[in-house]
Write a protein that binds this ligand. Structure first.
Ligand SMILES: NC(=O)C1=CN([C@@H]2O[C@H](COP(=O)(O)OP(=O)(O)OC[C@H]3O[C@@H](n4cnc5c(N)ncnc54)[C@H](OP(=O)(O)O)[C@@H]3O)[C@@H](O)[C@H]2O)C=CC1
Ligand SMILES: CC(=O)[C@@H](O)[C@H](O)COP(=O)(O)O
Ligand SMILES: [Mn+2]
Length: 399
């Protein structure tokens, strides 16, 4: 008889959150939902809490709490409502939960993801920004607490699947496992075939129209600029202890090969599948078992061909800026991420042109160059530099 795992989904109203609920509900014998969190979509959170029987919900403030209550129309008792950022971290570390899906978007998800790591949970990490901003702190917390870390980002999940791991949920470091290099695939996004000088006028709708994946708006814009792949290079560096020169990016427009590991003997292992996040989510939830995800068979004959091409760093300057940041150090990675979050929000609200996103990030990297690495030892240090970068970046936005 299986012991049921109690799952907390941070960011349950987002794209990863919805897919996680979908997979969890396919396996009532394995999983119960302990807690859910949302930021703005209170009606959706109330519907999810009713549907899953969650014991706890976490909302950002008292106004959101009142809105949540107004949407609770059931005669069933309402879940406990916890309020504020500290409640997110406390819930991630709650002794009543075993598994935490970290699916909040942006650096806002870092404190709660770190709290889950420190509390020794099984951490399903979708929130790549946590590793970009605080990879060293985060990985140290996993090691010290004995937490299980399962990468959910499709490329890192693919790499994890291609590495040897003896049924353990934290993979051995790359070089010691005989790995020559990691090859991250990138779709190239909606503007793959466009030149840089054709992109000045593109709209948020065009940028969010990802060719293969259905995702939240922030990561969709990141995919268009390929800053997403840059964040993923930094994420891979921390997850698999690989130096930047052993992490390569190749454009693969079909998003069928999710990433690859090349070994010293010349073997290249790849993980393939339909572009559907329920596959990596099911892998993380079920590990080491393989469980049904609802994803159908991969029809390679229908796909017809799998193409690969080199990314052009002039067309995708954000990819180059990400490698620069990784080589420069943690301060640069924090600034890259924070400036990008402000720039993407500005682009989505019409306060910045698409092509200005890279310029704003470049300026933030120049600006932070004076911050010494020794000043970044704690979560507070990281969040302080993140906040300073945002403050420095906001004046670039038009009113
Ligand atoms: N979507 C995908 O397929 C993939 C996503 N990822 C990563 O997973 C994470 C989530 O992405 P995705 O699901 O697409 O994003 P969405 O924008 O769809 O969802 C984000 C979630 O975070 C919540 N949220 C937003 N801001 C805050 C905040 N300040 N504090 C607390 N909660 C907040 C949202 O609440 P509300 O909706 O109520 O406002 C929502 O539940 C990102 O880090 C992304 O890079 C990685 C690989 C694939
Ligand atoms: C599904 C997922 O993991 C996304 O991060 C995806 O990789 C985005 O696609 P591209 O960044 O390759 O366009
Ligand atoms: Mn990805």
């Amino acid at each position: 008889m299986l012991k049921q795992s109690r799952v907390t989904i941070l960011g349950s109203t987002g794209s990863i959150g919805l897919n996680t609920i979908d997979v969890v509900q396919r396996h009532p014998e394995r999983f119960t939902v302990y807690a859910l969190s949302a930021h703005s979509r209170m009606k959706q959170l109330a519907d999810q809490a009713l549907m899953t029987g969650a014991k706890v919900v976490v909302v950002p403030d008292t106004q959101a709490r009142d809105t949540f209550k107004s949407h609770w129309i059931s005669h069933a008792p309402a879940p406990e409502i916890r309020v504020g950022a500290q409640a997110l971290s406390d819930t991630a570390a709650d002794p009543e939960t075993d598994v935490v899906m970290a699916a909040i978007v942006g650096a806002a998800g870092l404190p709660s993801a770190l709290a889950a790591a420190q509390a020794g949970k099984r951490v399903l990490l979708a929130n790549k920004e946590a590793l970009v901003a605080a990879g060293s702190l985060f990985m140290a917390a996993i090691r010290q607490s004995g937490a299980e870390l399962l990468p959910i980002d499709s490329e890192h999940n693919a790499i994890f699947q291609c590495l040897p791991h003896d049924g353990r949920a934290s993979a051995p470091t790359g070089p010691t496992a005989g790995v020559r290099r990691l090859i991250l695939t990138a779709s190239g996004g909606p503007f793959r075939t466009k030149r840089w000088d054709e992109l000045h006028q593109v709209t948020p709708e065009q940028a969010c129209a990802h060719p293969n994946w259905s995702m939240g708006r922030k990561i969709s814009v990141d995919s268009a600029t390929m800053l997403n792949k840059g964040l993923e290079v930094i994420e891979a560096h921390w997850l698999f202890a690989m130096p930047p020169e052993r992490i390569n990016v190749v454009i693969h427009p079909q998003s069928v090969v999710h990433s690859m590991v090349e070994y010293e003997d010349g073997s290249v292992l790849a993980q393939l599948g339909q572009p559907d996040m329920r596959t990596p989510i099911a892998y993380g939830l079920g590990f080491p078992d393989r469980i049904a995800s609802g994803v159908g068979m991969l029809d390679l004959a229908l796909a017809g061909r799998l193409d690969f091409e080199e990314p052009d760093l002039k067309q995708f300057p954000c990819l180059k800026l990400s490698f620069d940041a990784l080589r420069s150090g943690q301060g640069a990675c924090i600034a890259l991420n924070a400036a990008n979050e402000i720039a993407v929000a500005g682009f989505l609200s019409g306060a910045l042109a698409y092509t200005e996103i890279a310029l704003v990030i470049d300026a933030a990297l120049d600006w932070q160059a004076g911050v010494p690495e020794s000043a970044l030892n704690s979560l507070d240090d990281v969040m302080a530099l993140d906040a300073l970068t945002r403050q420095h970046t906001k004046p670039f936005l038009r009113a």
